[in-house]
Design a protein around this ligand. Structure first.
Ligand code: FE2
Ligand code: FE2
Ligand code: FE2
Length: 165
């Protein structure tokens, strides 16, 4: 990988993180009664997404949908097979309950993501049928077609789930 490509990867990671951080900061600003700060955080977050996507395109890292789904399966699988289990062990060893819970939620949901991507790739839904997904706002558990009554990962109520289409 060239130095420029390494720089693009680093810049993509930084802009991506800034995007999610600013959105979290915007929610906090709203809660604290600073609506203008919230707007600026959201506007900057929007711009950081544009920067991140520009970097990703310059890296030629966006390929066909089939290849992109394969990449997603590989990434999700790495996370639940090795990355999160190791992190959960570290958090347990150090007695960091908040980190353990956060890693556990992600670990369980990445398994679901890997399965959903694999099923899509295998053509299980090649009927042309399209449907919505429902995402748990607490742990990220992702369901097809309808929200469960209660989240199987964290126990949150299904009516809290966010519909994604
Ligand atoms: Fe930026
Ligand atoms: Fe995931
Ligand atoms: Fe959940």
């Amino acid at each position: 990988m060239s130095k420029t490509e390494e720089a693009l990867k680093e810049a993509f990671a930084g802009e991506s993180q800034a995007n999610r951080k600013y959105l979290a900061f915007a929610t906090k600003a709203d809660q604290e009664g600073h609506p203008q700060a919230a707007r600026l955080f959201r506007a900057a977050a929007e711009a950081e997404t544009i920067h991140a996507h520009n970097h990703l395109r310059a890296l030629k890292a966006i390929r066909s949908t089939g290849e992109n789904i394969e990449e997603a399966v590989a990434g999700e699988s790495h996370e639940f097979k090795s990355m999160y289990p190791a992190m959960i062990t570290v958090a347990k060893t150090e007695g960091n309950k908040a980190a353990e819970r956060s890693f556990h939620f992600a670990n369980e949901v990445e398994k679901v993501h890997a399965r959903l991507y694999q099923e899509l790739l295998a053509g299980i839904s090649k009927t042309g049928e399209t449907y919505a997904y429902y995402v748990c706002p607490v742990c990220g558990y992702t369901a097809e077609k309808a929200a469960p009554g209660v989240c199987p990962v964290c126990g949150a109520k299904g009516k809290m789930f966010k519909k994604v289409e």
